[in-house]
Design a protein around this ligand. Structure first.
Ligand SMILES: C[S@@+](CC[C@H](N)C(=O)[O-])C[C@H]1O[C@@H](n2cnc3c(N)ncnc32)[C@H](O)[C@@H]1O
Length: 195
């Protein structure tokens, strides 16, 4: 699967959304976002040379941590359905010379992956995507057995995550489940092993 974006517009696509997100992130505690992203990627326990799937990658804020984890011999597949977000991710990829990233514009609810990954991560993803259960199913399907599936940072300021039992579902479906809470439970980082 190679860079497939620009090819398909979606109803949710749009420059305004992607600009809004960049501005929101600049002012809404970017240090915390960076810290939690770094913990999330660390907990994936990736090795150099591994392949990793990032769902709802947005502008690619997680790439630097993922690159450090898998190295130049590893591979990152990053999915988002917004071409505006993916344009920002592409700029970040080019600026840093990260040739081992494939950016794919797809709906994470319906995509079928052609391979299994050593780790699957979504940051501020499951708490935002519509029909998150479908996306979570796809994340688990895409992960190799005994490797880690990781979500997330709860995006409470974007959408109330309280109605989404992400932690309960992860606990039910994954082994060796761990969840770390930050800021009185406003944010969490959770991971488990695909059984
Ligand atoms: C809050 S942003 C998070 C971006 C990035 N992971 C980060 O940490 O900054 C949520 C992203 O989810 C994407 N998204 C929402 N629903 C999606 C879906 N069904 N399939 C793929 N991407 C989706 C949006 O386009 C957006 O880029």
């Amino acid at each position: 699967m190679k860079n497939k974006f620009y090819k398909k517009e979606t109803p949710y696509d749009g420059l305004i959304l992607s600009w809004f997100y960049s501005i929101w992130r600049r002012f809404n505690n970017p240090r915390l976002h960076k810290k939690l992203t770094s913990i999330a990627v660390e907990n994936l326990a990736l090795q150099k040379g591994d392949s990793v799937l990032e769902i709802a990658c947005g502008p690619g804020y997680g790439f630097v941590n993922l690159q450090n984890a898998v190295g130049k011999d590893g591979h990152i597949t990053a999915i988002d359905y917004s071409s505006a977000m993916l344009k920002q991710a592409q700029k970040r990829k080019e600026k840093n010379g990260w040739d081992n990233i494939d950016l794919i514009q797809m709906d994470a609810r319906t995509i079928d992956y052609e391979e299994l990954f050593d780790g699957v991560v979504s940051i501020l993803g499951l708490s935002v995507v519509p029909e998150w259960e479908l996306v979570f199913d796809k994340m688990v399907d895409a992960c190799k057995t005994n490797r880690r599936v990781m979500d997330s940072i709860k995006g409470c300021l974007i959408m109330s995550a309280e109605t989404r039992n992400i932690i309960g579902e992860m606990d039910k479906r994954l082994g060796d489940f761990e969840v770390l809470y930050f800021m009185n439970g406003l944010y969490f980082v959770a991971s488990g092993i695909k059984l």
